[in-house]
Ligand binder design. Structure first.
Ligand SMILES: *Cc1c(COP(=O)(O)O)cnc(C)c1O
Length: 395
């Protein structure tokens, strides 16, 4: 048999982590690497954070899982905290980002359905967006590489270029349910939405009775230095998908909504066997304890500024490789002058630095939010050394 027991859908590399220590990963063969990938913006608290580890261990010993048919003191408490600290009035817990987006799509459709406008079923999404790998979420993306061979896709999506308010406006018609957008595109290459774009979408929604759905699976939860990325824009969504950092390694996601936007999500309309079980809620609470500690998010902003300044200082020394830096907080992207995958592999294999490749020639730098000054210095040293030893591809 040629197929591997692990279905071979990932191009897995030779680095095989077996242990994590704070901001470092240690591989099977003992190699240590600085983890500025964080499991793709997941390990907000790094590896082995004592508060998170203890919360999970204690809850596992007490009560791991019960059905959502029972009352949930754990879920009620965590949802209340999210509601208290966001635009939202209500929360549905999931096990992943794609499921959180699915819930957002379903809530948007149901909203117009219960308003007597079932024809308003189409969400306008944006070029190079990433919303997950379920059939619904690949249908929400116009990237062929994710959709190829999976047709027929789910109808009910239309696509406009990112940051193009005019094009988005032009697509609105009697079938439009709203817009779904990442405030900072992650996989697409760390592209922040412009102020004009997000504010414009919000205004359009308000004028026309449409819903603004934000996918903050990657940009949310402190990553950009605000609890949620839309706080940089002075707007709020109607519905929002969150995941990645919310469990800091425990599989957890959430769909947050206003009371108005969630009005179609009544008993029987949605569900999840695992979603929001006691173990997940304990993990979520522990992460939130750290994130909402007074001043914590300000430290993320300050570290983001230092990281950006250090990267900007480094770039001119290797301007045959690096082009520019962009991003918000600790969601940083370094744009290269060529496709980024080989450079990311070089950093990992030869310089002990883990980053993530993204679209548009970008190297994503997504450290744990708990890094300190020394980790920033180490990252920039390693990037510099990697740039100096990298064989630039001939084009
Ligand atoms: C990662 C990601 C998703 C999908 O999350 P999964 O947990 O992999 O299902 C959706 N949207 C955005 C913006 C993401 O970055």
């Amino acid at each position: 048999m040629a197929i591997t027991p692990l279905m071979p859908v990932y191009p897995r590399c030779g680095f095989r982590p077996v242990r994590g220590e704070g901001c470092y990963l240690i591989s099977e063969d003992g190699t240590r690497a600085l983890d500025f990938a964080s499991g793709i913006a997941v390990n907000a608290l790094g590896h082995g954070h004592p508060h998170l580890v203890k919360a999970i261990a204690d809850q596992a010993a007490t009560l791991m899982h019960v059905s959502n048919l029972y009352g949930s003191p754990q879920g009620e408490k965590f949802a209340q905290r999210l509601v208290d600290n966001s635009f939202a009035d209500t929360v549905f817990f999931t096990n992943s980002g794609a499921e959180a987006v699915e819930c957002a799509i379903k809530a948007a459709r149901r909203y117009h359905h219960v308003n007597g406008n079932p024809q308003r079923h189409t969400l306008i999404t944006f070029g190079n967006a990433f919303h997950g790998r379920t059939l619904g979420t690949i249908s929400a993306t116009n990237q062929d590489k994710m959709r190829d061979g999976f047709e027929p896709l789910l109808p009910g999506f239309a696509y406009a270029p990112f940051n193009d308010l005019e094009a988005a406006t032009a697509l609105v018609n009697e079938n439009t349910a709203g817009f779904m957008v990442e405030p900072v595109q992650g996989e697409g290459g760390i592209k922040p939405a412009t102020q004009e774009f997000l504010k414009g979408l919000r205004a359009l929604c308000d004028e026309q009775g449409l819903l603004l759905v934000l996918d903050e699976v990657q940009a949310g939860y402190g990553r950009t230095g605000k609890f949620f990325a839309h706080e940089h824009y002075g707007i709020t969504p109607d519905i929002m998908a969150v995941a990645k950092g919310i469990g800091s390694g425990f599989p957890l996601g959430a769909c947050l909504a206003t009371e108005e936007a969630a009005k179609g999500m009544v008993i029987g309309t949605h569900g999840s066997t695992y979603g929001g079980n006691p173990l997940a809620m304990a993990a979520g609470q522990a992460v939130l304890d750290v994130l909402l500690e007074p001043g914590f998010l300000d430290t993320v902003t300050a570290k983001g500024e230092r990281l950006r300044a250090a990267l900007e200082q480094m770039i001119p020394n290797h301007d045959h490789i690096f082009e520019s830096v962009r991003g918000l907080g600790l969601m940083m992207g370094v744009r290269l002058k060529f496709e980024s995958r080989d450079f990311v592999a070089h950093c990992r294999d030869n310089h002990g630095l883990l980053t993530v490749a993204a679209g548009d020639n970008v190297v994503r730098i997504l450290p744990p939010l708990v890094i300190d000054e020394s980790h920033i210095a180490e990252c920039v040293e390693k990037l510099s050394a990697a740039a100096a030893s990298f064989q630039v591809p001939s084009t």
